[in-house]
Design a protein around this ligand. Structure first.
Ligand SMILES: NC(=O)c1ccc[n+]([C@@H]2O[C@H](COP(=O)([O-])OP(=O)(O)OC[C@H]3O[C@@H](n4cnc5c(N)ncnc54)[C@H](OP(=O)(O)O)[C@@H]3O)[C@@H](O)[C@H]2O)c1
Length: 261
């Protein structure tokens, strides 16, 4: 297992929510961290708490952002940012709203993949996308969200294949938080909407989410992968719940075997 205190990490979408938990986990490990997000206030608040953190105010869907992301040859790049999914019935969505996460989450994953494979990024770089448990079972009030998060899983597989064929020595992973998480942007908006959609009280909806992980569980899983890459046999797609980490093949079988790392 590699220590992270000499490592450079970039967390895109690391100013709030799950990304911020990942940033704090990397900082606690002694890593040098660059955080990318658009809004200055949450970046400034992060720097007040962690003066050593470096920040870039930029949009992850701009190609130019990637020049700065890869400027210092990072060891780990985590794409934690994502757009707020729509929370309406499919009948109420126009195409613009339906495709929100395709034009942000998937576009940013695609640009990152293209950049890393074509420049290319230095051998030994880990590139990880945060996906969602919605990619497994769907999300009926989230428009194109679940499909976009599934696309991130495919992208990690395609990119790994391209890296292997080109002998680039890169590692592409997708990690899906299994359940919605409170105290995150997406969780705090979507949980009440799902409770209303299913006609239950919010606390009952939350209680019904078995194996619910926290954002800190997600951060621990990212740190574990940064310390030690999963083996090729384990694949490139993983799900994290409160029970630990499951592989894509376990996920597809529908009976995940959860392991602690
Ligand atoms: N939260 C959950 O319950 C949950 C469950 C499963 C999967 N996920 C996935 O986990 C990821 C994080 O979710 P979250 O709820 O923790 O997020 P969040 O709290 O809403 O935070 C989103 C972060 O991404 C940044 N961001 C958003 N759009 C960006 C853009 N275009 N360019 C640069 N930065 C951008 C935000 O900063 P700015 O707005 O300042 O740019 C912020 O730092 C998402 O991909 C989400 O789909 C979340």
């Amino acid at each position: 297992m590699q220590p992270l205190n000499s490592k450079k990490a970039v967390v895109i979408g690391g100013s709030r929510g799950t990304g911020r938990a990942i940033v704090e986990a990397f900082l606690q490990e002694g890593a040098d961290v660059l955080v990318v997000a658009r809004k200055p206030d949450s970046l400034a608040e992060l720097v007040r708490k962690w003066p050593s953190v470096r920040t870039l105010q930029a949009d992850m869907t701009d190609t130019s952002t990637l020049e700065t992301v890869f400027q210092d040859a990072p060891d780990v790049v985590v794409l934690a940012g994502g757009a707020m999914p729509p929370s309406q019935s499919i009948v109420d969505l126009d195409w613009e709203t339906f495709s929100t996460n395709w034009n942000t989450d998937v576009k940013a994953s695609y640009l990152l993949t293209q950049y890393a494979l074509t420049r290319p990024a230095k051998a030994g770089t880990l590139i990880l996308f945060l996906s969602s448990g919605a990619a497994i079972g769907g999300s009926p009030i989230s428009g194109g969200y679940a499909g976009s998060k599934r696309m991130q899983m495919f992208l990690a597989n395609y990119a790994q294949l391209a890296s292997n064929r080109g002998g680039l020595g890169l590692r592409f992973l997708t990690l899906a938080p299994f359940r919605l998480m409170k105290n995150t942007g997406v969780g705090d908006v979507v949980v009440p909407k799902y409770a209303a959609f299913t006609g239950v009280l919010e606390e009952d909806f939350v209680a019904g989410m078995t194996q619910a992980q926290t954002k800190e569980d997600v951060a621990d899983a990212v740190v574990a992968f940064a310390r030690q890459w999963p083996t090729p046999v384990e694949g490139n797609v993983f799900v994290v719940s409160s029970d630990g980490i499951a592989t894509e093949s376990d996920m597809v079988k529908g009976a995940p075997f959860w392991t602690k790392r």
